[in-house]
Design a protein around this ligand. Structure first.
Ligand code: ATR
Length: 280
């Protein structure tokens, strides 16, 4: 812990359902750190004041979630290249000069989840198909490009949003209509769902995996339920799968390490503990 700053947390509006306090609370206890991590409800109007007093309020840093991920950018002293490229910040670190440094660890969490969930996975080994074009998709597409993926097929209901990502992120990105999603799976080595479809309370993700190569890895960033219908269908036909919980767990690591000076690890016990917090 640096400068006696012992507080951290996640800001959002609303914030009630965040699993991050459970995640970071587990690590604080596991490492016997005298620090705190709170879910903090901050309204859009309250955001400038919250960030303005962060250092004097003894915060080592924060996670940032909906709806503040873009809005925080203008209140920070420094923004990592990756966060600027993605256009969103999910982690703030208060440095030794009380400057606020913003970064985005979603892409890191995504890649670490795939590498840990499917040892030997290499994005460079084949084309990827990404469903969705929201904030999560943007971070994931950037991460795949950075890891050397040869091509990405980006498929979104609102085609214009996928085209915007393809324009903003330099890489080999092919945009395909939502209605053509089944046929677009033919050469995929990786299929990722970044839409909210299939999440508890949302409509199902309707897709046929019949054309997906048997060696393709399938990942859903939805983790409630943990085994989505997409992952079930993939498993049933013999595809390897990685669920979405690990992305949440791994994206928290860089922030915790910077705030408290300890590199935390993602273990099976941590997974079970966080799952218990969502009644799973
Ligand atoms: P986030 O920024 O957290 O990723 P988001 O911007 O709301 O969340 O993105 C949700 C994703 O799910 C989008 O890709 C959205 O498609 P649109 O860009 O067309 O809105 C997708 N999505 C949500 N409901 C959908 C539906 N019924 N059919 C197809 N895609 C859907």
């Amino acid at each position: 812990m640096r400068n006696g700053k012992i507080k951290s947390g996640v800001i959002g509006w609303p914030i009630d359902h965040s699993l991050s306090p459970r995640l970071h609370g587990y690590w604080l206890q596991a490492h016997n750190i005298n620090g705190s991590y709170q879910a903090i409800a901050v309204s859009p109007q309250g955001l400038p004041a919250m960030l303005g007093s962060l250092a004097e309020d003894d915060f080592a840093g924060l996670n940032v979630t909906v709806p503040h991920k873009q809005a925080v950018l203008e209140h920070l002293d420094e923004i990592s290249d990756q966060a600027r490229r993605i256009g969103a910040v999910n982690t703030i670190v208060v440095d030794e000069n009380n400057r606020l440094i913003g970064s985005n660890t979603d892409g890191f969490g995504f890649m670490e989840n795939l590498k840990n969930g499917h040892p030997g996975f290499k994005a460079a080994s084949g084309p990827a198909v990404v469903l969705g074009a929201g904030g999560a998709a943007r971070a994931i597409v950037a991460a795949l490009i950075d890891e050397g993926v040869p091509t990405i097929t980006l498929i979104n209901r609102t085609r214009r949003r996928a085209e915007k990502i393809a324009d903003d992120l330099a890489g080999s990105i092919r945009v395909v209509d939502w209605s053509a999603r089944n046929a677009a799976l033919a050469d995929a080595a990786l299929l990722v769902n970044t839409t909210t479809l299939g999440m508890t309370g949302k409509p199902p993700l309707e897709i046929s995996l019949a054309g997906l190569p048997g060696e393709a890895l399938v990942n859903d960033i939805v983790y409630a339920p943990l085994e989505t219908a997409l992952l079930q269908a993939a498993k049933a036909r013999g595809n390897a799968t990685v669920d979405g919980l690990g992305m949440l767990l791994h994206q928290g690591r860089p922030g915790f390490a910077a705030w408290f000076g300890v590199e935390p690890v993602v273990t099976e016990a941590l997974r079970r503990y966080v799952l218990a917090g969502m009644g799973g």
